[in-house]
Design a protein around this ligand. Structure first.
Ligand SMILES: Nc1nc2c(ncn2[C@@H]2O[C@H](COP(=O)(O)OP(=O)(O)O)[C@@H](O)[C@H]2O)c(=O)[nH]1
Ligand SMILES: [Mg+2]
Length: 216
């Protein structure tokens, strides 16, 4: 498993780079999914569970972005998926140029689905198109139901919201109905799933949604 050091891309327009990358991957029959959340919401655990469930049907790769360490990429590779660790030189997001470099360094021949685990926070990643076909955000039950009010851009730019750690609902006063109503006001078209990576609850409908988006 490789580790690559990435600096901010110096090209003029991230949006143009992102559009070009998305088209390139579409032509190659590969779907790129950008996973965003606060640190510790459960991105890596959610990916590990998804990979375990679909890897016999779909060859998967994962690009892990972090400021330091390679623990997540090691966990992913141990689970049987191709992986690369991206170090972001202190930056709190990944842009399209960085994503493209990591894809080329990892190599993705034979893969049909690639996840990008973005740097953990609910602010900067919402501002940069990575070139992904699908933007997915996680919100875990312990973080609270008021996050849509505090980080509206993240909720309005995501195609899907995953409420994670549903197994600990009884221990937190997370009002799912109130949260969903706030999310739908920001983004009426967002798809929502409630899951637990620990018990597997709700994972099947997320995986159905995901695999329907893959080219036949
Ligand atoms: N109870 C419970 N804990 C979870 C779940 N998903 C993740 N965790 C725990 O939350 C912590 C952070 O998870 P991780 O996947 O590393 O989060 P990331 O920083 O977003 O990648 C770890 O201690 C996980 O075991 C879940 O569905 N239920
Ligand atoms: Mg992680």
């Amino acid at each position: 498993m490789k580790i690559i050091e990435l600096n901010k891309s110096i090209t003029e327009s991230n949006d143009a780079d992102a559009k070009r990358l998305r088209e390139r991957l579409t032509d190659e029959g590969v779907v790129l999914v950008n996973i965003m959340s606060s640190p510790g919401s459960g991105k890596t655990s959610f990916l590990l569970k998804t990979i375990a469930d679909i890897k016999d049907r779909v060859p998967v790769g994962v690009m892990e972005a972090d400021i330091a360490s390679s623990v997540d990429a090691e966990r992913i590779e141990a689970a049987g998926a191709k992986s690369i660790q991206m170090h972001t030189d202190g930056m709190c997001h990944v842009d399209a140029g960085m994503t493209e470099r990591a894809l080329d360094e990892m190599g993705y021949k034979g893969l049909r689905l690639i996840f990008l685990e973005n740097v953990g926070n609910l602010i900067c990643p919402a501002e940069y198109d990575t070139g992904a076909h699908l933007n997915v955000m996680l919100l875990s039950v312990p973080e609270g139901d008021d996050k849509p009010l505090k980080y509206p851009l993240m909720f309005s730019t995501s195609d899907a919201l995953i409420i994670t750690k549903s197994d600990v609902k009884d221990y937190f006063s997370f009002d799912e109905e109130k949260c969903m109503a706030a999310v739908k006001r920001l983004n009426p078209d967002i798809e929502t799933f409630t899951v637990s990576a620990k018990t597997g609850e709700g994972m099947a409908s997320w995986e159905e949604f995901l695999t329907q988006r893959l080219p036949k």
